[in-house]
Design a protein around this ligand. Structure first.
Ligand SMILES: [Zn+2]
Length: 202
């Protein structure tokens, strides 16, 4: 018989408990939600779990926090273990299914510290969220962090809107850039591993 692995899983790091210890269950303001995302993103790379990225899923109207996610590519050894994928999957586990927009559920939004990469663009489209809130978009993320975000369509935001997902941008944008800049200093100092897609010639 072929010897194959039959299961894989990803988990949030143990330090998430300390970070959430003083966070109320409900964060009514968009900026409060994003502030938490920035805090998690900053701690995440320092702890060596993965890149400086975090996300959360909240009930859009009340601000009740349903899940959080951080990038655990390095910790898990799974290349798709981005913050958005964890936050969405954990929210789906918490709400009982694959559709966060399902019948009887309140509208959910995904809050992320930058525009999603090409993978998380798809993951967000299929998740059932009704809103995507990002701190920013544009080339600064790739320039500062050196990560390759993939060939995202120019009309990515319109594609979300066409599927009933409202996009809100520029929420605590400068704070996002501050996290990326600090991360870059550590990269330049040779202190951390940047994982990335393979280049075309290799
Ligand atoms: Zn991603």
């Amino acid at each position: 018989m072929i010897d194959i692995v039959k299961e894989y899983g990803v988990s949030l790091p143990a330090w998430i408990d300390d970070e959430l210890a003083d966070v109320p269950a409900v964060l009514p303001g968009r900026e409060e939600r994003m502030h938490l995302v920035h805090r998690l993103a900053d701690r995440n790379w320092r702890e060596g779990n993965g890149g400086p990225f975090a996300a959360l899923v909240a009930e859009q109207d009340t601000g009740r926090i349903v899940s959080v996610g951080v990038n655990v590519v390095l910790a898990s050894g799974i290349s798709s273990a981005h913050a958005e994928v964890l936050a969405l999957g954990l929210a789906q586990r918490a709400t009982g299914g694959w559709d966060l927009g399902g019948e009887g559920l309140p509208a959910h939004e995904l809050v992320v510290n930058w525009r999603p990469c090409v993978q998380c663009y798809g993951a967000t489209l299929w998740s059932g969220v009704r809103g995507l809130v990002v701190a920013g978009e544009g080339p600064e993320l790739e320039e500062l962090t050196t990560f390759d975000e993939g060939p995202l369509r120019e009309d990515w935001a319109e594609q979300f809107e066409a599927r009933g997902i409202k996009v809100t941008g520029d929420v605590l944008r400068d704070e996002a850039l501050a996290v990326f800049r600090t991360y870059r200093q550590a990269v330049d100092a040779g202190e951390i591993t940047v994982y990335n897609a393979r280049g075309g010639s290799e």
